[in-house]
Ligand binder design. Structure first.
Ligand code: SF4
Ligand code: SF4
Length: 198
């Protein structure tokens, strides 16, 4: 219950004779309109014709849509350690690990989904990843017609890597395989194509 001493009465200020006609406010508003009109006519427009035109990002480390990186052999770099999903405060990463078909790691993600609508783009997942497999890209224009379309699966995240690898390099040099087993036999020669490798 609100006590009387917590209630603050606010009285309307007394208006002068000019203010009662609202002339100062009208002139003030017109001044603002004219100032913006002059700005539009004589200075560079502040608007951009999106999506044909795009503003340059003002921060280098902008955290946009995720991508799943590939290793040097084009395979998904993720080793299904669940560190990103554990670190994620929004609980929007879902991974199903499976035995890796390659000799240089134990596991790989059979399923890897990120709900981009639940994500708060904090970057904790990329900080947690021991092999720099997950990263946030500078892309900000992700659209979908349904909530389901905003849940990106492994293949979609790999496609984003293919599209953005020129826009943002991986933080660290690519790691060949799982760090613990670096130097071990790296590649299954039967899995050469990217689609099969993912
Ligand atoms: S950016 Fe943050 S909220 Fe989004 S998936 Fe990564 S850890 Fe989760
Ligand atoms: S993306 Fe990185 S942190 Fe997440 S499961 Fe894969 S290897 Fe682990």
């Amino acid at each position: 219950m609100i006590e009387d001493h917590d209630i603050l009465n606010v009285d309307a200020p007394e208006l002068s004779a000019a203010e009662r006609f609202y002339l100062p406010q009208i002139l003030d508003g017109m001044g603002t309109t004219i100032r913006h009109m002059g700005h539009s006519l004589f200075k560079r427009p502040m608007t951009v014709q999106y999506p044909e035109e795009r503003r340059e990002l003002r921060v280098e480390n902008y955290r946009g849509v995720h991508r799943l990186n590939r290793d040097e052999q084009g395979r998904v770099a993720c080793v299904a350690c669940f560190m990103c999903a554990t670190a994620c405060p929004a609980n929007c990463i879902h991974i199903e690990g499976a035995e890796a078909p390659w000799d240089d790691r134990e596991k790989y993600p059979a399923k890897f989904d990120i709900d981009e609508l639940r994500c708060i783009y904090c970057g904790m997942c990329e900080e947690a990843c021991p092999v720099d497999a997950i990263e946030l890209t500078p892309r900000y224009d992700l659209v979908g017609r349904t909530r389901a379309e905003m849940i990106l699966d492994k293949e979609e995240l790999l496609v984003i890597y293919d599209q953005t690898k020129g826009e943002k390099a991986r933080k660290n040099p690519p790691i060949t395989g799982y760090p613990r087993m670096a130097g071990a036999a790296a590649l299954d020669p039967e899995s050469e194509t990217e689609g099969e490798q993912a």
